[in-house]
Design a protein around this ligand. Sequence first.
Ligand SMILES: C[S@@+](CC[C@H](N)C(=O)[O-])C[C@H]1O[C@@H](n2cnc3c(N)ncnc32)[C@H](O)[C@@H]1O
Length: 288
Amino acid sequence: MRGEADLEDMSLETASPRRATDGPLAPDYVRFCAGIKSLTGIDLGQYRPAQMERRLRTFAERNGSKDLDAYLTTLKGDKNALDGFLDRMTINVSELFRNPERFKELETDIMPRLLAAHPRGLKIWSAGCSYGAEVYSLFILAKELAPRASHELHAYDLDERVLARAKAGVFSPTDMRNVSPERRAKWFTEVAGPSGPEWHAKDELRRGIQFKRFDLLKDRFPTGMHLIACRNVVIYFNDDAKDILYKKFLDALVPAGVLFVGSTERINGSEEMGWEKAGTFFYGRPGR
Ligand SMILES: C[S@@+](CC[C@H](N)C(=O)[O-])C[C@H]1O[C@@H](n2cnc3c(N)ncnc32)[C@H](O)[C@@H]1O
């Protein structure tokens, strides 16, 4: 992943002198993953171990725990510490129209094609939606291109706290930096917040999005989607988990439906898996 999340990773590395290395997994790491799975249902074993272990050891150190066993004991006994851990573990960095050139391609090429085939409205899924910047951006494009159509917007994430933020639809100046003045005026209300200006998504957008807590590694996928955005999420998953996920996305799309991935991501073996190239960082399900 690029940008802010990289910075976040780098700050974690700097904070921790101990680095996870290749080779067998440390026993306390294995015990920690098992403990978190029984505590929360989240399977850390499906994330890339080097990154995850490094991140966990940094959290443990910051918490004053001598190792991951001690950290797990703390998390079991302290709901706030557990919430804080889940917050940091999932890394929620996002912004509206992230990688604006890709959203331009969506606006001028991908969405018009999808709308030509489905003029009554698009069924769109933001998988790993974080605090909603991505799904609001997708909804704005769909509404601008086909204002009278009835679009269905689904936004799912593992992290309930970001979902609550996403439902509120409140964005910072940094989140808004790729949003034109016309779009700001049309889709948001500027409000003086406690730490500066905020942009609140208008009800017309907020009410049209269905948010749901969902684990991409575990839960049953929806079907019949015309467009899926899964961006900057799978970078933390191991290769097996990614393969399974991309196969499931293929099944979740209608024929000629499109998957939108992050601007540093690619699907390994995409053609063998059954994907067609649909654009820059867009993959299509074959068919008409
Ligand atoms: C970096 S954000 C990406 C947000 C947005 N897609 C974007 O590109 O701006 C990654 C999100 O993936 C979510 N996530 C991580 N693991 C997940 C899982 N197993 N199931 C669902 N969401 C997950 C995190 O909670 C986080 O909000």
